[in-house]
Write a protein that binds this ligand. Structure first.
Ligand code: NAP
Length: 253
């Protein structure tokens, strides 16, 4: 494997994998969508912005002699993952998906699973009056007509219609339990709405909800794509290393 590895990022795991590849001396390039104003950057080279869809990504992979792609985008970033699957098949570039495990309920949790943000929005009025909404700024329009009070926590200011009664909290994790409990208490939160993002960075809100016996609406992940998948950056490093040793001396990228 002579070319570089393309790492589709925008997650903590993508930054961890970048650090591991850097340490191992593997040539790679990280790609970010450019959604947040001040992204946390991984070590190594970074490009920012969309590719222009699956065909354009396939051309990009060929032009840049990409040897392998690791898709470490967020579980809810459906379009880029679908695009990577299609582009890698077309360009005959190996693809690995690194996906952190989702969250699962523990004793004391009061969770309600829903399929999407619209279903979450329909359920809110039945469950709570003072809602901590942590689903990211892009899908907030789904809640615009809900007549509950919302504390909307997201990284950058939203540019979509918002519920009439809300307060905006611009913040980014990682969070801790003490801070989340203080937030729940200060705002008298009686309902949490979250996506099943998984991982430890934003989990303390779920621990706080359990401690306060607060109900939680959890948006299920979209269906997985049919692609080889691992759950940790170190397993992804192992996959890259094995591709490299397979290809050494064959002259293939
Ligand atoms: P999305 O709907 O799947 O992607 C929309 C478009 O953005 C894609 O079609 C692609 O444009 C471009 N794009 C997305 N990720 C890219 C990347 N890593 N490098 C280059 N282009 C990328 O994704 P999203 O939900 O808007 O998320 C955008 C980014 O934020 C992702 O990288 C994701 O990892 C991160 N993120 C998302 C969430 C979430 O809840 N969705 C949460 C945390 C972080 P083209 O079609 O033009 O190539």
């Amino acid at each position: 494997m002579n070319g570089r590895v393309l790492l589709l990022g925008g997650t903590a795991e993508a930054r961890e994998l970048a650090a591991l590849l850097h340490e191992a001396g593997v040539p790679f390039l990280s790609s970010l969508a450019g959604r947040v104003a001040r992204p946390r950057l991984p070590v190594g080279d970074v490009r920012i912005g969309g590719f222009g869809g699956p065909s354009a990504l396939a051309n990009w992979l060929e032009e840049h002699r990409v040897a392998a792609v690791v898709d470490v985008t967020h579980s809810f970033a459906e379009r880029i993952s679908a695009s990577a699957l299609q582009a890698c098949a077309a360009a005959e570039v190996p693809l690995l998906r690194l996906e952190r495990p989702g969250w699962s309920e523990r004793t004391g949790d009061r969770w309600h699973w829903v399929s999407d943000l619209d279903e979450a929005a329909r359920l809110v009025p039945q469950l709570g009056h003072r809602v901590l909404l942590t689903t990211g700024r892009q899908g907030l329009a789904a809640f615009a007509d809900v007549d509950s009070w919302f504390l909307i926590r997201c990284v950058d200011p939203p540019s979509v219609p918002l519920p009439a009664r809300h307060e905006l909290l611009l913040d980014r994790g990682p969070y801790d339990l003490a801070g989340e409990l203080a937030l729940f208490d200060e705002h008298r939160i009686d309902l949490l709405v979250t996506k099943d993002s998984g991982g430890s960075h934003t989990q303390p809100k779920l621990d706080a909800a359990r401690e306060r016996a607060t109900q939680v609406i959890v948006v299920r992940r979209p269906p997985r794509l049919d692609c080889e998948t691992v759950s940790t950056p170190s397993k992804a490093l192992g996959w890259v290393a094995s591709r490299r040793s397979e290809r050494v001396g064959t002259g293939t990228r």
